[in-house]
Design a protein around this ligand. Structure first.
Ligand code: CTP
Length: 418
């Protein structure tokens, strides 16, 4: 049994003062036998203490308790200065609690076992011991806990050994089929921690994806996919894109054949990096930029249950692409002046983000779109509406038309200068 030296947990940066003391007192009052810290904070702390890994900024603290999480949370209020507490929320259905202590997110959950009646859907839950709760988790390195009463390490699945070997091992043979989002989580951890999937884990990923029970072919109805899975896949992909070393993580997904979870035919080509980098430069939605690289982006968007606003972005970007492809075939737009470009683009009312996405994916004439986005669209009439009114113009459509005319004069000037 490994016991932490007393100071070790204090190495967690931003650990709220006396937190373990408070939880120990509150749990004994609430009749709760055991409370343990679990998840990413324990993984990172152990990796740091035992193997000199980096200790990243604390994201959140996850506790599990053998007993009622909401009872413990209510009791905590008797042992802490109320001004240290914020964002208090109890979820009755799962008996979980979220709060902030000294600004640090603290989640408390009743330890639970999960059973899947439909693979990939949300599981049914029932209370159990801390050890059994750890068994339902994704990777062994995420299934280590610290009993906060005596700081002993609970590591029934050899997570510490895997930390040492920098390996990601699933906890069960059914891990991926029960929750395919774990493959994306694996790519996130592998990229962030510089770990590899173990051979068994990689085999599980490949074989499960190959035999995946749902058809994800283009002609299939996206309603075949469980709703909760679609949403969770999207959330994990967003985290991968926004928070992790993106190229390493996408590379892992590619090498593991994991894009098949979204579309069997998709493969992340090297040239796509440039496209996603453009999306970053132009501050466009990178998940949507990625989706636009698939053969049928609208279908993929629906499968991942992107928001309506994002679906509209996908459709607009495709419309822009089709419009420019058509104009390009007829060789119409190569001689367009900046004024003509402005008239064409602005008459369509496309959103600037859709235009940024179209530029990212490299539609024909993307350079002109880029000039419009970064320069031409910002050119205004040299005289403002206010000045025109001050010089006697009446507010209304005529004034609008005059402002437009004055702007067009400006745009023609550019043409002359170029
Ligand atoms: N978990 C899981 N399967 C999932 C999601 C989460 O088993 N599909 C478990 C893991 O044990 C994980 C814990 O729930 O450690 C908390 O999940 P999350 O907050 O997403 O990750 P962290 O462990 O906090 O890790 P990090 O935030 O560093 O990614």
């Amino acid at each position: 049994m490994v016991t932490f030296e007393p100071g070790n947990c204090l190495r967690l940066p931003d650990l709220p003062k006396n937190l373990f003391d408070i939880l120990n007192k509150a749990s004994s009052k609430a009749g709760i036998s055991r409370v343990a810290l679990v998840g990413g904070a324990v993984r990172d702390l152990c990796f740091h203490i035992f193997f000199n890994g980096p200790l990243p900024e604390l994201q959140d603290l996850d506790f599990i308790v053998e007993g009622s999480a909401s009872r413990l949370a209510k009791e905590i209020k008797n042992y802490i200065d109320h001004c240290r507490l914020s964002k208090w929320k109890i979820y009755k259905d799962f008996d979980t609690v979220e709060m902030k202590i000294d600004g640090v997110a603290v989640d408390i959950a009743t330890s639970r076992r999960e059973t899947y009646s439909v693979l990939g859907e949300n599981p049914a839950i029932s209370p159990c011991s801390i050890e059994k709760d750890l068994a339902r988790r994704d990777f062994t390195v995420n299934a280590i806990a610290i009993d906060i009463s005596d700081l002993t390490l609970i590591d029934p699945y050899n997570g510490i050994k895997d930390l040492k070997e920098k390996k990601l091992n699933f906890l069960s043979k059914m891990s991926v089929s029960q929750d395919p989002t774990r493959v994306i989580r694996g790519a996130r951890y592998a990229a962030r921690l510089n770990f590899d999937l173990s051979t068994e884990a990689l085999n599980q990923v490949k074989s499960t994806i190959q035999d995946w029970p749902w058809s994800w072919h283009f002609k299939d109805n996206e309603s075949l996919v469980p709703t909760s899975l679609s949403t969770r896949l999207r959330l994990e992909l967003t985290l991968l894109i926004e928070k992790e070393p993106i190229w390493e993580a996408l590379n892992h997904l590619n090498n593991w054949g994991a894009f098949s979870l979204i579309d069997k035919k998709f493969c992340f080509k090297r040239s796509y990096r440039r496209k996603l980098s453009w999306a970053t430069k132009l501050k466009a939605n990178r998940l949507i930029a990625l989706i636009l690289l698939f053969e049928n982006p609208e279908l993929v968007g629906k499968r991942l249950k992107v928001t309506l606003k994002e679906q509209k972005l996908i459709s607009e970007a495709i419309t822009i692409e089709n419009f420019l492809k058509q104009k390009n075939i007829n060789d119409e737009c190569s001689k367009w002046t900046p004024l003509k470009w402005c008239q064409e683009i602005e008459s369509k009312n496309w959103s600037t983000e859709a235009i940024a996405l179209a530029i990212s994916i490299g539609v024909p004439e993307w350079k002109s779109l880029l000039r419009w986005l970064g320069h031409w669209r910002l050119i205004k009439s040299p005289i403002s509406g206010k000045d025109l009114i001050a010089s006697g113009w009446q507010p209304g459509p005529l004034l609008g038309a005059e402002l437009k005319r004055l702007r067009e004069v400006q745009l023609k000037q550019i043409m002359k200068r170029n």
